[in-house]
Design a protein around this ligand. Sequence first.
Ligand SMILES: [Zn+2]
Length: 111
Amino acid sequence: MKIYFNCLCCHQKVYLESQVKSRYHLSASWGKVFLINCNYCQVQNQINVNMVRAETSKNKVPIATTLSGCLIGVLAGPLGIIIGIGIGAVSGGAVFYNDHQEVENFNNNVI
Ligand SMILES: [Zn+2]
């Protein structure tokens, strides 16, 4: 899961360097309102935690799935590739599902 806000000036998505799972935790560590510079236009934004949104980092999952599948395949031969991709798909799917739930929780819980 990645969290971001849209810059008030240039409207680009600016990702936050934080692994928090909820707005409550974000506000506990960063404050309910915090100042942050946009990476694109350098304008300082005053951001309320409720303006921060989460999105899945799902683009990482297929890569990890494929890599783990191939790795098992290399170790175990052609049959291992098929089994490995199956295992990778199942574990990758589980990661995606949890990530998706976390994103929904984050975006639905306004503080
Ligand atoms: Zn900006």
